[in-house]
Structures are given as C-alpha cells and as structure tokens.
Design a protein around this ligand. Structure first.
Ligand code: PLP
Length: 373
C-alpha cells in the first residue's frame, strides 16, 4: 500500500504495534472458551481479570464495575434501553449525540417514551439550564456525550451529572471519543454509566465496555449465558478485551504528552491557513479533544475537498464517519448554526499521536493548494 497520511482518527485508529503483538498471541494461543472449567482456559480467566483491573484503574472505577461489550454502539444502546427505573417514561439526551444514542432514543419513543433533546450553543456546549428545565419526576435517564465526535467539544459532564442527581436521575455519558484522549475519573465526575470503544484509542475493533457504577439500576441487553455477572451474555473475546486494556493504559499513561503534541499539530495547520488568508471557521470549543479540528470553508464543498485530499493520499472526513456516505449536512453542524455560506464546506481533520509535524504541514499545504485552484 502506498504511503498515506491518515487524519481520520475520530473515525478509527490504527492499533498500537505492542497491542497488535499481544492480540496475535492471545488470539492464536488463548482460543478456549473462558467459561469452561478445564486448565486450558485458566490463563484466559487471568487475562480477563487483569484487563478489568487495568481498565478500572485508568478511569478510577472498581474492576467489578467494568462490563465488556462489542463497542460503543452496544454500550450506548444498552444504557438508553435498559438503565433507570422502567416505570419512568422520559429520556433526556442532546441534539448532537452519536446515532447509536439518537436512534436508540427513537426506538424508545416508538415504545411510548418521551424523548427530550438538549440544545447546544454555537460551540457545541450543552445548555445546563435546558437540562434543569427538562428534568422532572418522570425522567428515567440523562445521557450526554463527553466529547462530540464531529467537532470535538468537551461537555460540562460533572455539572450536568450533578443537576441530574439532584432529581435522583441516572446519568450516562458516551465517552467513546474522549477515553484515552483526556483524563477521565468516573468517581470525580460522579457519573453512573460510561460507554467506551477500543478502536478509538488504538485498540481492536468490535470491543468496548460499559462502566456501571455499583448499585445502578440496569437490566441485561443480551439474554443468554452468565458472562459478565449475568448482565452481558456471550463468549468473551479474551484477545480483544486484553488488547483493549493495554491500548487504553498506553494512551492514559501518555495523555499529557500526546495532548501537547496534538495541540502543536493543530496549530501548524490553522496557522498556515491563516497565513494564506483562507476564509474558514473553526468549529467547536476551545475545550476540545486534542487533535480534532472541524473546519468550515466559505463557499466550498466539503465532499470535493475530501476527494481532492484523498487523491493526494490524505484521509479526512466530512462529518462523522458513520455519516461519511451521506452528503447531507450533519445534524451536529446544523445544531451549531454554522453560517450558510460555510456549512457545506465542512471537513474534520482528526490527528493522532502517530501523526507528525511534517504530515500536519503537508495537510495544510494541500488544503491551501486545492482551495486556491
Ligand atoms: N459514540 C461516538 C461518540 C462515536 O464517535 C462512535 C463511533 O464513531 C460510537 C459511539 C460508536 O462506537 P463503535 O464504533 O464502537 O460502535
């Protein structure tokens, strides 16, 4: 494969080399079913225990509060559909959530639940007053993402959680874009549920977890065996689970160093665009996921830009990866009220610890060259 510049890390990341090696070894040698009683799977059980401990330490949880799932989508579906008191019929979330939240809410709505969407300001920050106004005795759950997947904005999770708890309502956060990229302490934030996905922090695809604070009301999403204390049935994928734990630890141990580097790379790109007098808006908030830059260029097609960059070997995205084939303006960009002449010219560049300063310069130059043509 010819060399590309991969700048779509909010869509997915490459696995760390060390993690890939661990994964290969485990998938080759630890293929036994961990539920069996024989000695061949003793190591599997140890790996599962260790993985739970490593992950718990990264987010300051207890190991028995970590429940393995197939990724962010499942964790989010599980929280929306199964958490909270079932006799309460209102779910509050925000208008800029990922579709694994919004579509689950739509499903709940078709089953008689009332869904309330919190509004955001032009930087993508969710309104606390809106939450105060919408919460009532009938609310089952509040779900607000920790970081937005398109513009990277970090939400005021601690305050939103406190507001929900004042009314004794369970608080869930989709931390798929945040975990491994910023420091997360579930005890300090006070949240009850947190969704995570390994492929967003250099781990394998198809694996993730739901943090469930002790004593939180939730019923199983999958029916079947007794895995995950009877809350999430299905044979454990030990190779993916343990690799996820190592990938998370690698990222959490280096958050500060990675943040510093990514802010530098962001600055290289935007400074060059400014120097070349390119007309654009930088979407999102100053408090955002390091390396995630959403840019809207005036009177430009984001699709055109994506394809021209692709021809130069540079991979970026127009909206969220899940909306990648859809050329309509994303619900997030619409919610931010990006001015009409900029709205269709939006691209997301999401850099990772693997990108270099040289690559950031090439990306910036390529954008300018395409736009000036
Ligand atoms: N939540 C957010 C914020 C995401 O960005 C994504 C993936 O893009 C998901 C959930 C879904 O995660 P997964 O791909 O692991 O199902």
């Amino acid at each position: 494969m010819s060399k590309i510049i991969y700048a779509d890390n909010a869509a997915t990341t490459a696995m760390d080399d060390e993690v890939l090696e661990i994964y290969r070894d485990l998938i080759t040698n630890y293929y036994g079913n961990s539920s069996q009683p024989y000695s061949f799977v003793r190591q599997n059980k140890i790996k599962l225990k260790e993985a739970r401990e490593i992950i718990a330490k990264c987010i300051n949880a207890d190991p028995d509060e970590i429940f393995f799932t197939s990724g962010g989508t499942e964790s989010n579906n599980w929280a929306i559909k199964c958490a909270g008191e079932q006799n309460k019929k209102k779910i509050i979330t925000s208008e800029i959530e990922h579709h694994s939240i919004l579509n689950s809410c739509e499903f709940m709505q078709s089953n008689g639940y009332q869904i309330e969407l919190l509004s955001v300001n032009k930087n993508g920050i969710i309104s606390k007053d809106d939450l105060i106004n919408k919460l009532d005795e009938n609310t089952k759950l509040v779900s607000v993402m920790m970081a937005n997947n398109e513009v990277g904005t970090l939400e005021p999770i601690k305050e939103l959680c406190e507001i929900a708890h004042r009314k004794n309502v369970i608080f869930h956060s989709d931390a798929v874009q945040a975990l491994g990229h910023i420091k997360i302490d579930v005890k300090e934030l006070g949240i009850d549920l947190l969704s995570a996905s390994a492929h967003k922090f250099n781990g394998p695809k198809g694996i993730g977890f739901l943090y469930i604070k002790k004593d939180t009301k939730i019923y199983p999403f999958h029916d079947g065996g007794k895995q995950e204390k009877g809350l999430r049935a299905g044979t454990e994928d030990v190779a993916s689970i343990f690799s996820m734990a190592i990938a998370l630890k690698n990222n959490c141990d280096n958050v500060q160093q990675n943040t510093k580097k990514l802010l530098l790379l962001e600055n290289i790109i935007t400074s060059y665009l400014n120097k070349e007098s390119i007309d654009y808006i930088k979407n999102g908030d100053i408090h955002h996921i390091p390396g995630n830059i959403s840019l809207s260029f005036k009177n430009v097609s984001g699709e055109m830009l994506l394809h021209r960059l692709d021809l130069k070997g540079i991979m970026v995205s127009t909206g969220s990866a899940c909306d990648g084939m859809d050329d309509q303006v994303s619900h997030v960009i619409k919610a931010l009220n990006v001015p009409t002449e900029y709205i269709t010219g939006t691209i997301r560049i999401s850099l990772s610890k693997k990108n270099t300063e040289e690559e950031a310069k090439i990306i910036a130059k390529a954008i300018v060259e395409i736009l000036k043509k």
